[in-house]
Write a protein that binds this ligand. Structure first.
Ligand SMILES: NC(=O)c1ccc[n+]([C@@H]2O[C@H](COP(=O)([O-])OP(=O)(O)OC[C@H]3O[C@@H](n4cnc5c(N)ncnc54)[C@H](O)[C@@H]3O)[C@@H](O)[C@H]2O)c1
Length: 342
């Protein structure tokens, strides 16, 4: 099966491309390379063939001949989307819907869209499933919601979009992100032996390993059409709904000698627990192989192996909003985030 992966050079994309490649999929990566400075070179990782291109400039001809598109090429968290909600909408909403439309015209049968469980918003202690009304809180969440709605409307007998509402990811990747909760806390524990939480850690945050997300995508690509056609799936595992407090305590336990302090309640509005019954029902081959404890141990070993220093941990290329701000203020990308030299 021939797959075009947009954003395949990112944190999740580089894990997915490698796993899909070794599972026998014919993978091509299309990425504009915002974070190319942040590659952790390890002997066992290699990059797939690359179309160095912005998704907004993709033409129908680029998409011909592919069986599926896995669309990950968006701005990927709240801080980076808050920098400019207008450009965020151009990339995360309009370009995603346009790409899906072009894919349909080009005869691509499947379109996997990387949505986010954060679109459930402040669901407090409620357990959310795919039928729960969404309450996006931010430009990032609003774009995910709009893209789901508009891409879903493109579904036909010959074009099957699938929407993966991923939990917050964690785990080792060659294109490491330190701005997601477990990777960040483990980085603090490794570099400073001290975690100072700004909140009391009471919000719920489902987590899922990057490799388990990659496996979920592979299952969607392999599944019979009726199992995935225009379906939404929460991606994760019921066992991996954690309170932020538990995440921090696990990290402190895995990194010996790490101090831990909590802040006052109420500073983190995002809180939700998710049900993952549907993905297991529709895709019986999908199973999460990782959990919080094992993920923290993997990161501890990974950070030791790459000799993560405080400078590497703080480097802009591993924090999405700081890298985009840097590219903008140094004039490397224009006001619409196109590279100025292309
Ligand atoms: N990492 C998580 O915890 C998580 C959770 C839920 C959903 N997601 C979603 O999964 C997807 C991938 O996330 P990630 O963590 O790998 O993010 P990432 O920022 O590491 O990767 C995104 C990649 O997309 C590329 N990209 C961005 N805009 C582009 C454009 N206009 N044209 C071409 N390429 C472009 C970037 O260069 C980058 O390589 C995103 O859509 C994100 O919203 C991620």
């Amino acid at each position: 099966m021939k797959i075009l992966v947009t954003g395949g050079g990112g944190y999740l994309g580089s894990v997915f491309c490698r796993l899909a490649w070794s599972a026998g999929f014919d993978v091509v990566n299309l990425d504009t390379g915002f974070y190319r400075d942040g590659w952790m070179r390890l002997a066992s990782w290699s990059e797939p063939p690359l179309h160095d291109q912005d998704v907004r400039r993709v033409e129908e001809s680029t998409l011909r001949g592919y069986d599926a598109v896995v669309h990950m090429g968006e701005l990927s968290n709240d801080p980076v989307c808050n920098l400019d909600p207008v450009v965020t909408a151009e990339i995360n909403h309009h370009a995603s819907v346009r790409l899906a439309g072009l894919a349909r015209r080009a005869g691509v049968k499947r379109f996997v869209y990387m949505s986010s469980a954060s679109i459930y918003g402040a669901a407090a202690d409620q357990v959310v499933d795919e039928s729960t009304p969404i309450q996006p809180l931010t430009p990032y969440g609003h774009c995910k919601a709009s893209s789901e709605r508009d891409i879903s409307a493109l579904a036909t007998d010959d074009f099957s979009p699938t929407f993966l509402r991923n939990s917050t990811a964690y785990g080792a990747s060659p294109r490491m992100r330190f701005d997601i909760v477990l990777n960040n806390l483990c980085g603090l524990a490794h570099t400073t032996r001290e975690i100072r939480m700004t909140s009391d850690g009471s919000p719920w945050r489902p987590l899922v390993h990057a490799e388990d997300i990659a496996r979920a995508i592979c299952e969607v690509l392999r599944a019979p059409r009726e199992a995935i056609h225009n379906e939404i799936f929460n991606v994760g595992d019921d066992e991996q709904n954690y309170r932020v407090r538990e995440i921090a305590e696990t990290v402190a336990a895995v990194f010996p000698g790490c101090g831990l302090q909590f802040g006052p309640p109420g500073t983190d509005k995002l809180s939700y627990r998710a049900s993952f019954a549907k993905i297991h029902r529709h895709l019986p081959g999908f199973k999460c192989r990782w959990n919080l404890r094992r993920g923290a141990e993997q990161l501890r070993d990974f950070y030791q192996r790459i000799q993560l220093t405080p400078e590497m941990f703080r480097a802009r290329a591993h924090t999405r909003a700081r890298q985009i701000e840097y590219l903008r203020t140094t004039g490397q990308i224009d006001e619409h985030y196109f590279w100025v030299d292309q």
